[in-house]
Structure formats: C-alpha cells, structure tokens
Design a protein around this ligand. Structure first.
Ligand code: ARG
Length: 463
C-alpha cells in the first residue's frame, strides 16, 4: 500500500500506507468522471497558456494537447479504464493516462504552477454552466406551453380558492398564469445565477496565485468564461455558485410542487377539472379502476429531495476555514443530483401540461352563487353604500339563502329588497359568473384582456 501511495500525484512525502477504506472514502472518480471533458479542455487551455508564458515549448504543448485529446476520445468512446486505488479523481486519472500515452517526461510538465483545487472549481463551473443553459431551454419550453394553453383556454371559468374554499370565479388561464409568472421569475433568477457560475478560477493555483505569469484572461476566453474570479484564495474555495444553484432549484421545485398539488386536487373525481394523460399516470396493482397522478406526486415528492441537498450543502459550507478544504468535494454530488432532478422535473411538468385534458363543463359546474357574494356587495358600493355596510348586507343575503334553502341567485327581488331597499331590479344581472370575471379588469386581474396581457408579458421573456 505504501508503494501504491508513492505512485499517487501527491505521494512523494508519504511512507506509511493508506487504510483501504480511506482510499475509497477519499475517492471522487466514481462521480467526478462526468467532468472528463471539462477537465481535458481546462488542461489544454492551461497548457496553451503555459506555452505562451514560456514554460512549455511548442513541441511539448502540441504533444500534451494531442495526448489530452486522445484521453478524451477514450472517455467519449467509453474505453477509459479507471485504475482503482490509483485514479483518485478525474484530474489524477487524466494526468495518469496522459503520461502513459505521451510519456511521463512531457506529461509531468502539465501541472506546472497548477493545483487540483483550481481544476475542480474550473471543471464544475464549466459543466454547470452548460447544464444551466439546457435547463434554461427546458424552462422556456415549459413556459411556452403555459402561455399557449393560457391563450387557447382563456374562456374557461372555474372557482378560485383561498384556504382551499371556493372564493371567487376566475379564468382557468388566470390560474395557469399565476404559476407561469412565478416560473418566469425563476427564469430571471436562473439567468442571474448563470452569470455568477460562468467566472473563471483557472490560474488561481492552490490558493495564492500563479507564479509563472500565466495569462488568466486568455484561458478564460478560450473556455468561454464571461469573467475572472478576482481573488485566488476565494477563487479556489468558492462553492457559492453551487449553493446558489441549489437555492435556485429549491425555489423552482417549491413552485413545481405547489403547481402539482393543485393539479392533483383538480384531477380527483370530486373536482374533475382536468384529466391526466395516460403517459403521465400509472395504475394500481390491486385496484383495477385506479389511475394515479404519479407524475405530479413525484414532482411534489422530489421537491423535498431538492431542498434537502440545498440545506445539507449549506451545512457543509458553514464553519469551513478559508480556501480549499476537502469538505468541498461534497459539493459535487448534490450539484449532479440537483441538475438531474430539476432538469427532469421541468420536462415532466411540461409533458403533463401539454397533454392534460381540461373539462370546462366540470369547472363551470363547480361554481356556486355564493362565490358572487362579493359582487353583490360591490353592487351596492356602486350605489354609494360604504363597503363595510355592503359586506354586512351581502352576508345577510347569504344567511337568508341558507335559511330558506334557496340558492342565492334564486332569491326573489322581493326577498333581496327585504334585506335592503337599495337593491333594485337590475340586481339580477349580478348573478353572472362571466360578468364577475370581466369586472376584474384592473391590470393583473382575471378579465380576459388582463389574462391575455399577462400572457404577452410572459411571452416577451421567452424570446
Ligand atoms: N477531488 C477533489 C475535489 O473534488 C479535487 C481537489 C483536491 N485538492 C486537494 N487539495 N486534495 O475537491
């Protein structure tokens, strides 16, 4: 074992052996190999910069570049053979293989002035940046379906709820857009997060900087970074970009979870507003009649996993002394899991929404005249009665309706006038759900024009 350690990148000063469990405990290759391409591209940029700084000759650089591309080709073809116990992480694995391909003399020059601390930070940022652009695409696509549906189905009127109790009539599209605009804020936030992810730590060294005059800006440009991290100590240790991504995803998953919860409720037989496509439901192994909204339940369930990674990683960071500590290796797995969870969830949500069947007649059937009690109060407000008074009067009409077992819209004009003489014949016009939603025409309301305006606002963010 001691001999094996001598072979490792850092083995020079070691004479004792490593506990075999410690070898496995320390290893990150089994999850950070996903960063193979970023690691190779980062190394090529680093070698090129060292050539330009006069550290490598042209021939040495060309050899290193060709060798690194050969290593990457092995990864891409699934032919890279990991050496257990030797290939501690993706950086050591790539360098070991490079040495085998081009010879240790030249390969041994690649790491001049470099630390794995800057390498892992660089690899993670490059990888996450590209994944976040994919996630941005998924989110835009989901929001396009939302906007499209909200436009097509704008005439469906359904109950709006507070406390999950029937409150006031709303448009079904108003419901869709309430989430659509929350997701639009997530999109704005994501675009902010990407800016902070896409900054380069390469050239920061282990912590104190690079002693060979390496051109950090040239490397950053080659790798497509927007800018540099300006303090080498911070640069190698900064995992705020991971924490911020986890926080971002947690917020998004909180929205997805609530969206899913509403749809689960709306898809029950008791509501029946929507029906999930077979593609996003499953059956029961026991009860033949069941069709379960598993997709929506998983969206709701996976939000817990997302928050968990976020909270767990915040705990990992809290209390670390400055610059690199091995604890930071614990940033990789939550990041990988979160990218998958969030990316898959958005695509599933889009699929569910795109294939959802709506039942507008069920939505309408769930409306109940009591939901117009506010409109009744507003009627008297328009006749000059103070709202506090009209609220009370309308409440008396509700009580009369309950006491007589007559739906509120079927109370006679005489019965209403008996509650308050200021009710006139035109009171009958209040009991109209479509009119009620059209009355909410101040910006942001549930009138048709307002909902379509919201769709337009959303669409302008998706171009
Ligand atoms: N596998 C390590 C990580 O993910 C790479 C950096 C190792 N640096 C060190 N000083 N041991 O963080």
């Amino acid at each position: 074992m001691a001999e094996k350690q001598q072979n490792m990148l850092w083995g020079g000063r070691f004479t004792g052996g490593l506990d075999p469990l410690m070898v496995a405990y320390n290893e990150s290759i089994y999850f950070d190999q996903i960063l193979h391409k970023q690691d190779i591209l980062g190394s090529i940029a680093f070698a090129r910069a060292n050539f330009n700084a006069g550290i490598l000759t042209k021939e040495e650089f060309t050899k290193i570049e060709t060798g690194l591309l050969a290593v990457e080709a092995e990864w891409a073809a699934g032919k890279f053979v990991i050496q257990p116990g030797i290939d501690e992480d993706i950086h050591t694995a790539n360098e070991r293989r490079l040495g085998e391909i081009i010879g240790k003399d030249v390969a041994g020059k690649l790491h001049t002035g470099r630390s794995r601390n800057e390498q892992i930070a660089t690899d993670m940022r490059l990888w996450l940046r590209d994944e976040l652009h994919k996630i941005e695409g998924f989110l835009v696509s989901f929001l396009k379906v939302t906007a499209q549906r909200a436009e097509t189905e704008v005439d469906y009127v359904m109950p709006g709820y507070t406390h999950l109790q029937r409150a006031q009539p709303i448009r079904w599209s108003h419901w869709m857009m309430s989430y659509g605009l929350a997701f639009a804020s997530d999109l704005e936030r994501l675009r902010e997060v990407i800016k902070r992810v896409n900054r380069s730590p390469l050239g920061c060294g282990a912590l104190a900087g690079n002693p060979f005059g390496i051109d950090r800006q040239a490397m950053a440009t080659e790798l497509g970074f927007d800018s540099l991290l300006w303090n080498s100590m911070g640069g190698v240790a900064d995992r705020d970009f991971v924490a911020e991504f986890l926080q971002w995803g947690s917020m998004l998953m909180q929205h997805i979870s609530r969206w899913a919860e509403d749809l689960i409720i709306y898809s029950t037989a008791e509501f029946g507003f929507v029906r999930l496509a077979d593609a996003y439901s499953t059956g029961s192994s026991l009860m033949p009649q069941k069709k379960n909204p598993d997709s929506l339940e998983l969206l709701r369930g996976k939000s817990g996993r997302a928050f968990g990674h976020m909270a767990g990683f915040m705990m990992t960071l809290k209390g670390l002394p400055s610059t690199y500590n091995k604890d930071l290796q614990e940033s990789v797995e939550p990041m990988l899991d979160h990218v998958k969870t969030v990316g898959d969830s958005i695509q599933i949500a889009e699929g569910v929404l795109a294939t959802l069947a709506t039942q507008p007649e069920k939505m309408r059937a769930a409306l109940d005249p009591f939901m117009l009690a506010t409109d009744l109060a507003d009627y008297l407000v328009r006749k000059g009665v103070p709202f506090r008074e009209t609220h009370h009067i309308s409440g008396q009409c509700v009580a009369l309706s309950e006491a007589t077992g007559t739906p509120m819209n079927e109370l006679t004009y005489e019965q209403l006038a008996g509650v308050d003489p200021r009710f006139e014949k035109d009171i009958a016009q209040v009991f109209n759900y479509d009119k009620s939603v059209e009355m909410r025409s101040a910006k942001g309301g549930t009138s048709k024009a307002c909902v379509l305006e919201q769709v337009a606002v959303l669409k302008s963010m998706l171009e």
